[in-house]
Design a protein around this ligand. Structure first.
Ligand SMILES: Nc1nc2c(ncn2[C@@H]2O[C@H](COP(=O)(O)OP(=O)(O)OP(=O)(O)O)[C@@H](O)[C@H]2O)c(=O)[nH]1
Ligand SMILES: [Mg+2]
Length: 333
């Protein structure tokens, strides 16, 4: 999301006052009759300072997209990363400041026009003080928008029209390794849990079909209400973007998580999202007979599972074949 550069109150005022000074100098060297010159100078200062500040505020208000008009995925993404209410509140404060400054500008310009030359300078100073106080009042809001800007810089760009497969599973099971194997995306892979902290996207083109593949942060088998913001990124993708969910089990359990827990998560995901699933056993290069015996309990669930080694690239083609068969389900907006 594009949020324009957000100034600090000082930067905003500085710009306003500097431009106002220039505008006043222009009047000073112009051929305006002497008896009205000082009022004109101050009037110009006041209106320029106010307008420069207002222009910048308006530019921010115009350029920040209307959150409610964005696809739900983005709305929820903004909500978990920065907070939609806080964002709206800050934008509301800028709007408030804009209105107050418009009033002040009108009011003081009028009073200066009707005042004596000595009084006009006094009024101009007074306006500067009030303008500064309004701008300082929205300091926290500007600060918050700047924070939002930096947090949303890495907001993923989703191709909403593409068929989308979301990779999910416990941490450390090989989700990012698989994305690296089948697309040219290069998410970080490491031998510890919670490596992936946001949504990673890769693409493949097969048989005139564009498939968007989304790698997500690992999930634990705990209720959604107890998940942190990183885990919620995965939930958002599963909820709003997935036409199909590719669920990876690490059957070697070298990730550190027993099959039982991975199974709980799978059942939970299946129940909550009710989407078509592609089931994958990963790390088969590390699996021994004992592990296989353990899996027999789940025979029913695993009828149609694809067994791979994402690391070695074993049976990756079969994964892609499965993905090709996925049809668009999710209607965005
Ligand atoms: N032997 C073997 N190791 C694998 C395989 N797939 C992944 N790994 C290793 O498992 C570790 C975790 O891989 P990642 O791809 O980072 O796992 P992830 O599921 O994305 O992990 P998080 O992002 O933390 O949730 C890395 O050390 C990988 O090299 C596999 O098929 N075989
Ligand atoms: Mg990962």
């Amino acid at each position: 999301m594009i949020i324009p550069t957000i100034p600090t109150p000082d930067e905003l005022l500085d710009k306003g006052f500097k431009r106002a000074k220039k505008a006043a100098n222009k009047v000073r060297t112009s051929k305006i009759p002497r008896h009205i010159k000082s009022q004109k100078i101050e009037e110009n200062r006041v209106t320029t300072a106010c307008q420069v500040v207002k222009e910048k505020l308006k530019m921010i208000l115009d350029r920040v997209p209307d959150i409610e008009s964005l696809p739900e995925f983005y709305q929820d993404y903004i909500d978990i990363t920065v907070g939609v209410d806080e964002m709206k509140q800050s934008l509301g404060a800028l709007n408030w400041a804009y209105g107050i400054i418009t009033q002040l500008e009108k009011d003081y310009a009028k009073r200066i026009r009707r005042s004596s030359p000595e009084n006009s300078t006094k009024l101009q100073r007074q306006l500067y003080g009030r303008l500064a106080s309004v701008v300082n009042k929205i300091g926290d809001d500007l600060d918050f928008l700047d924070y939002g800007k930096s947090k949303l810089r890495n907001m993923p760009t989703i191709k909403f029209e593409a068929v989308t497969v979301v990779i999910a599973g416990f941490p450390n099971v090989g989700k990012s390794t698989l994305l690296r194997q089948i697309t040219d995306a290069e998410p970080q892979v490491a031998n510890y849990p919670f490596t992936t902290k946001g949504i990673q996207i890769g693409h493949i083109e097969r048989k005139w079909k564009h498939i968007q593949i989304i790698d997500t942060p690992g999930l634990l088998d705990r209720p959604i209400g107890e998940m942190n913001d990183i885990e919620l990124n995965a939930i958002l993708a599963l909820e709003h973007l997935a036409d199909s969910i590719l669920f990876i089990f690490d059957i070697s359990e070298t990730s550190g998580y027993p099959i039982e827990n991975q199974m709980n998560l799978f059942e939970e995901v299946n129940k909550i999202f009710k989407k078509e699933m592609i089931l994958v056993f990963n790390k088969i290069d590390l699996v021994d007979e004992d592990k296989r015996d353990k899996l027999e309990r789940y025979e029913d669930v695993f009828k149609d599972v694809v067994e791979i080694s994402a690391f070695e690239g074993t049976r990756i083609d079969e994964i892609i074949d499965r993905m090709e068969k996925v049809e668009k389900q999710v209607q965005i907006m």
